[in-house]
Design a protein around this ligand. Structure first.
Ligand SMILES: *[C@@H]1O[C@H](CO)[C@@H](O)[C@H](O)[C@H]1NC(C)=O
Ligand SMILES: *[C@@H]1O[C@H](CO)[C@@H](O)[C@H](O)[C@H]1NC(C)=O
Ligand SMILES: *[C@@H]1O[C@H](CO)[C@@H](O)[C@H](O)[C@H]1NC(C)=O
Ligand SMILES: *[C@@H]1O[C@H](CO)[C@@H](O)[C@H](O)[C@H]1NC(C)=O
Ligand SMILES: *[C@@H]1O[C@H](CO)[C@@H](O)[C@H](O)[C@H]1NC(C)=O
Ligand SMILES: *[C@@H]1O[C@H](CO)[C@@H](O)[C@H](O)[C@H]1NC(C)=O
Ligand SMILES: *[C@@H]1O[C@H](CO)[C@@H](O)[C@H](O)[C@H]1NC(C)=O
Ligand SMILES: *[C@@H]1O[C@H](CO)[C@@H](O)[C@H](O)[C@H]1NC(C)=O
Length: 416
């Protein structure tokens, strides 16, 4: 129904029989690899998953118990020592049934993961992606259902092991990072920990850990792409979020895994039958993060509006046909959001790019100059790169559009 790009959810739908074909094709490409590289489109190209088998002995597994995975494209030229590690998104699962379902898909099992298209910030075309085209690119697959935070499990009471669930996102993050560090990240000159959608929160949560894993002299910053969902003051706007995050916190054992700096201060409030842990909101952990991060998100993110106001309002909002009542809710949401994001007094440590388009995530689908979103004539990729490379500390909020702008570019895949 809605049209958004969720990393880790699309383009991974290779069936098991297809995987066999892919395997055979891979064998052939070993012989023809030079030819394949020469004809590869640098704007969009497919990458195979790397399965981290060694993670299993550390207890780092996907929902179904399979090993975690990441997608890797090596850097080249003077980008060979620069790394972007990108945490995929793909919503959350909130209850056992919901997670069991997810465990049978690429969102919950590496057995189901296939090739993924790299584009946008992963593009290797210099004119499309001038600042990052030749970096090492790592996309960490999201298969834990809980934003890489959990360390818990569900054991089926009838002893049917196919119904068991592993919530090991935190272990997955550490295990995959360890492997990538060994691959060369540990010697990085420049590095970014990025996260889109459900991957945005962990990009803040683990930002300091990531920083501390790299050489002191390296430039390390984090990038949150549409993953800063706020705790609305109004309980009517908040209700679906409390339900969602309450379920995630309970299943994932978040009270134990999230930093004490936050959990000791936040009292868990009882929402329906599960306690809501306020530390799942980025606004409540960002202050404990010392490493600089950049937030790129719309004040009218379409997942935010959809999850808050309901699916049926999507088109109405996109078309600018809201009732007075709906418009009041949108204004309230924008206001709460702007109050919850980092303040603008220290843009070196907290850069932002807050647009008003009714869209979700940008690093893949809106990173080329043709489709990039602008604020005051500054496009998002330039704003971020200026900030990252210490050229100009950007703190940009679209103050002109205080109501949603229709999402004019919805096609997630563009091929030049
Ligand atoms: C993964 O999750 C996303 C977001 O919930 C959903 O749109 C997508 O269909 C899921 N993918 C699979 C293969 O189930
Ligand atoms: C579990 O979550 C799914 C998906 O959001 C929802 O449709 C279902 O009603 C939930 N089930 C229970 C028992 O809460
Ligand atoms: C790289 O991107 C530019 C600008 O979009 C485009 O004109 C050019 O054809 C692309 N190069 C390749 C090799 O695809
Ligand atoms: C599950 O296994 C345990 C331990 O083997 C046993 O005590 C229990 O009765 C079993 N439960 C069911 C529902 O079979
Ligand atoms: C165990 O659960 C799976 C998945 O729900 C189901 O297909 C299977 O029939 C169950 N096995 C038994 C022995 O109940
Ligand atoms: C609600 O806001 C939209 C602009 O986003 C506007 O087109 C519409 O007329 C407004 N509705 C009312 C009832 O004022
Ligand atoms: C943006 O560019 C347009 C056209 O070049 C110009 O008219 C406008 O003044 C610029 N706006 C800002 C805020 O710089
Ligand atoms: C999106 O893709 C569809 C089908 O490929 C095409 O008809 C449509 O014009 C595209 N829209 C945009 C905005 O590129």
């Amino acid at each position: 129904m809605f049209d958004y790009y969720d990393l880790g959810s699309m383009m991974m739908m290779v069936t098991e029989s297809l995987q066999l074909v892919v395997l055979l094709v891979c064998c052939l490409t070993i012989i023809t690899i030079n030819c394949a590289n020469a004809t590869q489109n640098p704007n969009i190209y497919s990458v195979n998953p790397t399965i981290v088998h060694s993670a299993v002995s550390k207890g780092a597994v996907c929902l179904d118990g399979s090993p975690p995975a990441y997608y890797f494209e090596p850097g080249f030229g003077d980008g060979a020592e620069n790394w972007i590690v990108h945490l995929s998104g793909g919503a959350w699962c909130m209850n056992v049934t919901n997670c069991q379902e997810r465990a049978t898909s690429s969102n919950g099992s590496s057995k189901k993961m296939g090739q993924l298209n790299f584009q946008g910030i992963h593009s290797k075309n210099e004119s499309q992606n001038p600042d990052f085209y030749n970096w090492n690119k790592v996309l960490v697959a999201y298969c834990d259902g809980g934003s890489f935070i959990g360390d818990s499990e569900y054991i089926d009471p009838t002893n049917n092991s196919t119904k068991n669930l592993q919530f090991r996102g935190q272990k997955i993050f550490y295990a995959v990072l360890e492997e990538v560090l060994e691959k060369g990240l540990k010697n990085a000159k420049n590095a970014i920990l990025a996260g889109s959608s459900a991957g945005g929160y962990p990009a803040i949560l683990y930002c300091d850990y990531f920083r501390d894993s790299l050489p002191i002299k390296s430039r390390v910053k984090c990038l949150v792409d549409s993953g800063y969902f706020v705790h609305f003051k109004n309980p009517v706007l908040e209700r679906f979020w409390s339900w969602r995050y309450g379920g995630v916190a309970a299943l994932q054992g978040a009270a134990k895994t999230l930093p004490k700096s936050c959990t000791s201060k936040m009292k868990a409030e009882l929402v329906q039958t599960v306690p809501l842990l306020d530390c799942l909101y980025a606004e409540n952990i960002q202050e404990y993060t010392k490493t600089p991060f950049f937030l790129y998100m719309s004040a009218f993110d379409n997942i935010e509006t959809q999850y808050t106001l309901g699916d049926e309002k999507y088109t109405t909002i996109d078309e600018g046909k809201g009732s007075a009542c709906l418009n009041a809710s949108l204004r309230e949401m924008r206001s709460d959001f702007l109050n919850a994001i980092p303040k603008g007094n220290d843009p070196k440590h907290r850069g932002v790019f807050i647009d008003a388009m009714h869209h979700h995530t940008s690093l893949i689908s809106r990173w080329s100059f043709e489709v990039a979103i602008e604020i005051n004539n500054v496009s998002a990729p330039i704003a971020f790169a200026d900030w990252y490379f210490d050229r100009k500390y950007r703190y940009l909020i679209d103050e002109i559009h205080t109501m949603p702008i229709k999402n004019t570019f919805k096609n997630v895949t563009y091929v030049h």
